[in-house]
Ligand binder design. Structure first.
Ligand SMILES: Cc1cc2nc3c(=O)[nH]c(=O)nc-3n(C[C@H](O)[C@H](O)[C@H](O)COP(=O)(O)OP(=O)(O)OC[C@H]3O[C@@H](n4cnc5c(N)ncnc54)[C@H](O)[C@@H]3O)c2cc1C
Length: 414
């Protein structure tokens, strides 16, 4: 039996009249069988395979039919992915991580029918890369305080301002942009979200180099950039609610992965330990490796449980648990990898400026170690995740927020 498939009698239920009802699970299985049979992943170009996956509703299976989904429980996606990857199929995340994990789920909730029709398929196939334009030099954790402006002019909006840390903007065709459209409203109420053409001549994308030497992210300047009103996501003033959809999905996308047992970064650590000369494989280092392996497994099981409980629609605050735990764990794992490597851990190769094709490739352990430092910042810092857990999961008193009730234009800022 194929990986992830259930015996037929658990997926085909009978009605009171005796007629068989095809369940979501059975339908997913049948469509997946058909996809893998007609388009053997190892013999099919990635773009073609992903397009066929989308057309069968197996891209994001909880999305509505016609938009890459089947309207069934998101927990079935894990089985779909496992079977596709086991057969050698492509992973849409690598080429378009921000698009697949955050922008697609936002477009499907907030986009018009035309926008969903236009954007989702090429996003999934990786033909059109997306980026997320939320953070600004003065607004990261407190991104609702942002100051880039959008002013309505007929059927268009004119945007001016600066965004920062925009991952893969240099490769992107489309950006998910949030700007302030009503400075007299309180800060969360005056924001509006748009899809913006990143290749427009008025959009200036400049590389920002990271500790790895690469420029995976960018600063982005908008100067009188015109965006058609039809490219708005949600109503004017809905920008905060739109971005919550993005951010909740971002946390699940970053921290909610359910890899195979013992795979991912923990596999790198075990591999590093196993490749050490015998005299350096001592009980103390073995103990550290095992402790980290157990933490990785606990996180994996926690994510499986969260995935089982996940309902249709936006993920809940449980995504923040996975995000926070995976950031700390990943950093600790690569710390230990570098410890085990000893002096070799200092050999980095080259700091030549590179604008990478993905935000997810780490050819060396040393690079993975440096890149992992960002894990507790990107997608919301660990401190902010703790605030969310304290307030929304544990019910503790809220953070101090002095600027919630006054118009954004009157909030002191430097
Ligand atoms: C690798 C990487 C990729 C990124 N990609 C993108 C992207 O594609 N698009 C995008 O829009 N942004 C992106 N970001 C930006 C990221 O979302 C922000 O860096 C992050 O939200 C933190 O904001 P900040 O850097 O302005 O720090 P600040 O918000 O200025 O925080 C500074 C420090 O204060 C702490 N702090 C702030 N507020 C609180 C609070 N209320 N309680 C407790 N502590 C607090 C923080 O935890 C942090 O330690 C990326 C960042 C990184 C590192």
């Amino acid at each position: 039996m194929a990986v992830g498939r259930k015996p037929a009698d658990t997926v085909c239920r009978m009605t009171l009249t005796g007629a068989a009802v095809v369940t979501g699970e059975q339908r997913v299985d049948e469509l997946l069988d058909d996809l893998l049979e007609q388009f053997p992943p190892r013999a099919t170009e990635a773009k073609e395979f992903l397009g066929q996956q989308f057309d069968r509703g197996l891209a994001w299976i909880s999305f509505p039919e016609g938009y890459g989904g089947l309207g069934v429980s998101p927990k079935l996606q894990k089985d779909v992915n496992e079977r596709i990857f086991a057969a050698g199929g492509p992973n849409p995340v690598y080429r378009n991580p921000i698009g697949y994990g955050m922008c697609g789920p936002t477009v499907v909730v907030w986009g018009s029918d035309e926008q969903k029709q236009r954007y989702l398929r090429p996003l999934f196939t990786g033909e059109e890369i997306w980026c997320q334009l939320f953070s600004e030099p003065g607004s990261g954790s407190d991104f609702a305080g942002l100051s880039s402006r959008g002013i309505k002019d007929g059927d268009e909006w004119v945007v001016n301002g600066q965004k920062v840390w925009t991952t893969l903007a240099h490769l992107s065709k489309w950006g998910l942009l949030v700007v302030r459209t009503d400075p007299e409203a309180v800060k969360h109420a005056g924001l509006t979200a748009f899809v913006v053409d990143m290749q427009d001549a008025t959009v200036d994308i400049r590389p920002l180099r990271q500790i790895t030497g690469e420029a995976e992210f960018n600063e982005v300047y908008f100067t009188d950039t015109r965006i058609p009103d039809a490219e708005r996501l949600g109503a004017p003033g809905d920008g905060w609610r739109v971005s919550l959809t993005t951010l909740m999905n971002e946390r699940v996308s970053i921290g909610g992965a359910i890899p195979q047992k013992g795979s991912g970064s923990i596999a790198s650590l075990v591999q590093t330990w196993e490749s050490l000369p015998a005299e350096r494989r001592n009980p103390a280092s073995r103990d550290e490796v095992v402790k980290l392996w157990i933490r990785a497994e606990v996180l994996r099981l926690t994510n499986i449980r969260a995935n089982q409980n996940r309902k249709m629609g936006d993920p809940g605050p449980e995504g923040s648990i996975g995000k926070m735990a995976s950031a700390d764990l990943n950093k600790d794992i690569y710390d230990e990898v570098v410890n085990l490597l000893g002096a070799e851990g200092l050999l980095y190769g080259s700091y030549a400026m590179v604008r990478p094709e993905t935000a997810m490739a780490f050819e060396t352990m040393q690079k993975a170690f440096l890149r992992s430092r960002a894990n507790s910042i990107e997608g919301g810092t660990t401190e902010v995740m703790k605030n969310i857990l304290g307030e929304r999961v544990l019910g503790l008193p809220g953070d101090v927020r002095v600027d919630r009730e006054i118009p954004w234009s009157q909030v002191p800022r430097n």
